[in-house]
Design a protein around this ligand. Structure first.
Ligand SMILES: Nc1ncnc2c1ncn2[C@@H]1O[C@H](COP(=O)(O)OP(=O)(O)OP(=O)(O)O)[C@@H](O)[C@H]1O
Ligand SMILES: [Mg+2]
Length: 371
C-alpha cells in the first residue's frame, strides 16, 4: 500500500473516526486530536494531540486506536503513534484579568494548616513538568511561605528584561514566592488592601512566560488570599487536600462552598497522609485510617484525585530542597504524585472542555460546545 493511495487514507480516517476520547466522550478525530494521518508500507501513522502531556489514559487511547484500525483497515498491520499535547486554556470570566501567557491556574487548598498543601503543590508541579508541561508555582501562602525551603531556593528575585519580576527557577519550575521577598523570621501582618495589591503584583507584574499550568499554593482556610485571587483572575479550579484524621469536615466544607460561590470549579480531593508506608519493608499501615478523602469526594460528588501515603521520605526530601518527585521520580511515592498530577490535569482538560469556549486547538477544528 502506498502513501499516496487516497482510498487507503480514507479508510484509515473512517476507522479512526470511531475512536472516542475516553474522558471527553466525543470522537477524537472530530475534536482535532488525531492529525497527520499517513500510511507507508503496512504501517499507519497518526499524531495524537492531547489536551495535556500528563494524560493518564495514553495506554487506553493506544489500545482503542489499535482496535479501530488493525485488522479493520485492509493491509494495515500496525499503527505508529506520535504523542503530542496542546494544553487547553481556561475560559476568561467577565471582570477577571487573565495572566498573560498562563493557560491554567490550579489552586491547592485545604480547610486547615499542616495537611500537606505545599507538599502536594510542589510535587504535583514537578510531576507536570516531568510530563513535559511548562509549569509555574506561585507560593501565595503569605503567612508561612514554605515553597523556597522545599525547593532549595535562596536567591531573591530580580527584574526581567521587560521590567517585570523574573520568576526564580527550580527543578524546571518558574517559582514566585512571598518567602523570597520577605525577611525570614520577620512576621508580616497583611492588611486587606495591601495584601490584595501584593497578590496582584505576583500575578500580573511577573514575567511568567508561556505556562501550561500555574500551580498556586494557598494558605489554609478561606481567607483574604483565596478571595482576592479568585476575584482577580480566571482560576481553572481548586484542589482540596485533606487527611484521614480530618475529623472536622466543617472546615473542608467551608472551603468547597467558598470556591463554588466564587465560581471556581473544585477539581477534586486529594487525601494526604493516608496510611503509613514503612521505609524499611514498604508495608502499609493505616495509622490514622484512610478513605476519609474518598468519602468526602463522594459526599460532594467530586472526583477523588488520589491518596498520598504518610512516608518519612517525603518529609526528608523536603529539607534538602529536593522534593521526592525531583529526588526519586520513579519511586512508589513518585508514582503516586504522578498519578495525582495526571488526574488533576485530566480534570483541568475536562473543565475547559465543558466550559463553553472549549479547549483552544489553534490548528484543529473548533470544538463543539459540550452539553
Ligand atoms: N505524605 C506525607 N508523608 C510524610 N510527611 C509529610 C507528608 N505530607 C506532608 N508531610 C510533612 O508534613 C509537614 C506539613 O506539610 P506541608 O507543609 O506540605 O503542609 P501545609 O498544608 O502546606 O502546611 P501549612 O498550612 O503550614 O502551609 C511538612 O513537614 C511535610 O514534609
Ligand atoms: Mg504550606
Amino acid at each position: 500500500m502506498e502513501m499516496s493511495d487516497p482510498g487507503a487514507l480514507d479508510a484509515l480516517e473512517r476507522a479512526l473516526a470511531t475512536v472516542i476520547d475516553p474522558e471527553l466522550h466525543k470522537p477524537m478525530l472530530q475534536l482535532g486530536m488525531l492529525r497527520d494521518l499517513a500510511i507507508e508500507g503496512g504501517v499507519a501513522s497518526v499524531r495524537v494531540v492531547l489536551t495535556t502531556p500528563a494524560c493518564p489514559l495514553k495506554d487506553r487511547i493506544r489500545e482503542d486506536i489499535d482496535a479501530a484500525v488493525v485488522g479493520v483497515v485492509t493491509g494495515i498491520t500496525r499503527v505508529e503513534i506520535t504523542w503530542d499535547a496542546d494544553v487547553s486554556t481556561t475560559r476568561g470570566l467577565p471582570g477577571r484579568q487573565e495572566i498573560a501567557g498562563v493557560r491554567n491556574a490550579i489552586a491547592i487548598s485545604a480547610g486547615k494548616g499542616g495537611v500537606g498543601k505545599t507538599t502536594v503543590a510542589v510535587n504535583v508541579a514537578i510531576a507536570l513538568r516531568l510530563a513535559g508541561a511548562r509549569v509555574g508555582l506561585l507560593d501565595a501562602d503569605v503567612y508561612g511561605p514554605n515553597v523556597p525551603i522545599m525547593l532549595g531556593i535562596r536567591e531573591r528575585p530580580h527584574a526581567a528584561p521587560d521590567g517585570k519580576m523574573a520568576p526564580l527557577e527550580a527543578h524546571g519550575l518558574k517559582v514566585v514566592s512571598f518567602g523570597t521577598i520577605l525577611d525570614p523570621g520577620q512576621p508580616v501582618i497583611w492588611r486587606g488592601p495591601m495584601l490584595a495589591k501584593a497578590l496582584r503584583e505576583f500575578l500580573y507584574e511577573v514575567s511568567w512566560g508561556e505556562l501550561d499550568y500555574l500551580v498556586i499554593d494557598l494558605p489554609p482556610g478561606t481567607g483574604d488570599v483565596q478571595l482576592s485571587l479568585a476575584q482577580s483572575m480566571p482560576m481553572t479550579g481548586a484542589v482540596i487536600c485533606t487527611t484521614p484524621q480530618d475529623v472536622s469536615l466543617a472546615d473542608v466544607s467551608r472551603g468547597i462552598e467558598m470556591f463554588r460561590k466564587l465560581n471556581v470549579p473544585v477539581l477534586g480531593v486529594v487525601e494526604n497522609m493516608s496510611g503509613f508506608i514503612c521505609p524499611h519493608c514498604n508495608e502499609r499501615t493505616d495509622i490514622f485510617g484512610s478513605g476519609g478523602g474518598r468519602d468526602l469526594a463522594a459526599r460532594y460528588e467530586l472526583p477523588f484525585l488520589g491518596a498520598v501515603p504518610l512516608d518519612p521520605r517525603i518529609r526528608g526530601a523536603d529539607g534538602d530542597g529536593r522534593p521526592i518527585m525531583a529526588a526519586a521520580p520513579s519511586s512508589p511515592i513518585g508514582e503516586v504524585f504522578r498519578d495525582v498530577a495526571s488526574h488533576i490535569a485530566a480534570q483541568v482538560s475536562q473543565e475547559n472542555f465543558s466550559a463553553a469556549a472549549g479547549p483552544v486547538m489553534p490548528s484543529g477544528p473548533r470544538l463543539p460546545v459540550a452539553s
